[in-house]
Ligand binder design. Structure first.
Ligand SMILES: [Cu+2]
Length: 271
């Protein structure tokens, strides 16, 4: 060790402590001033998971940086810091593993609960909606009275005929299918919604911040997920996957209305 070591160590510790404090202050400010839009669906678990992860990683971040500052300050008295301490190493490795496993288990519990949907004999059937993403618009379809979606075929897609999803009009099941205007989805509040998500071209992502829902739409695959909008109102649907030059304008509007008004509003929008 050179003569300068104590002074350098102290300086380094001070710079480091300052940077840590500045970052912590900025993080606290960012957390206090920005937030997700108010929750409008039954997915509060997402908020608590984010909160828990931020708290745990914040505590670990501050603890690790504090330890680093202390080590830098104490470095001159090197004799007091053991070069190797198997017990301490085992302890922090086990502790880190335990924290990560606990977070993982917790997120698995959340994921299962969110995927489960409303169950039980008297739970009403979910409202099934087909969402078809395309460059750069959202198409929404309801199956109508029969509850069956008519056949679609990519070869039948015809933008000029406004057949954006390639609906086969010869299929009897497609007769009562309800095609909502592009970019407008009307949903009943308090009912479980089952979304069938597809894409006609590239990867898009169905993102409704107010519902805490974000799912990729993959060409060739059909995704399925559920959520229950709880509050009537207008909510923004954004594409959260950079899907091409028009990505920025790939927006949609989700109108959540009281269940009693739902059928009427859908009819009004499709006339
Ligand atoms: Cu997109």
């Amino acid at each position: 060790m050179t003569e300068d070591a104590p002074r350098n160590g102290g300086q380094l510790a001070r710079v480091f402590a300052l940077l840590t404090a500045a970052f912590a202050a900025w993080a606290a400010y960012a957390l206090a001033t920005s937030s997700m839009p108010p929750l409008a669906a039954d997915r509060g678990r997402i908020d608590s998971a984010i909160e828990l992860n931020l708290i745990v990683s914040g505590v670990v971040f501050l603890g690790a940086h504090l330890a680093l500052v202390l080590v830098l300050l104490r470095r001159p008295r090197e004799a007091r810091i053991p070069r190797e301490n198997i017990r301490v190493e085992m302890l922090w490795t086990a502790l880190t593993a335990a924290i990560l496993v606990a977070l993982l288990v917790n997120s698995e519990i959340d994921a299962r609960a969110l995927a489960g949907g409303d169950e039980g004999a008297d739970a009403p059937k979910p409202v099934v909606v087909e969402v078809v993403a395309q460059q750069f618009a959202w198409n929404f379809r309801l199956p109508g009275e029969d509850g069956i979606f008519g056949r679609t075929d990519p070869r039948l897609v015809d933008q000029a005929e406004l057949n954006f999803i390639g609906l086969d009009k010869k299929d009897p099941a497609s007769e009562d299918d309800i095609l909502l205007p592009q970019g407008l989805l009307i949903l009943p509040a308090g009912r479980e919604i089952k979304v069938r998500l597809r894409s006609l071209d590239v990867i898009h992502s169905f993102f409704v911040a107010s519902f805490r829902v974000k799912r990729d739409a993959m060409p060739g695959l059909q995704g399925e997920f559920t959520f229950t909008p709880t509050t009537p109102g207008s909510f923004e649907l954004a594409c959260a996957e950079h899907c091409g030059l028009g990505h920025y304008r790939m927006r949609g509007l989700i109108e959540v209305v009281p269940e009693a008004e739902w059928a009427g509003k859908v009819k009004e929008a499709t006339q």
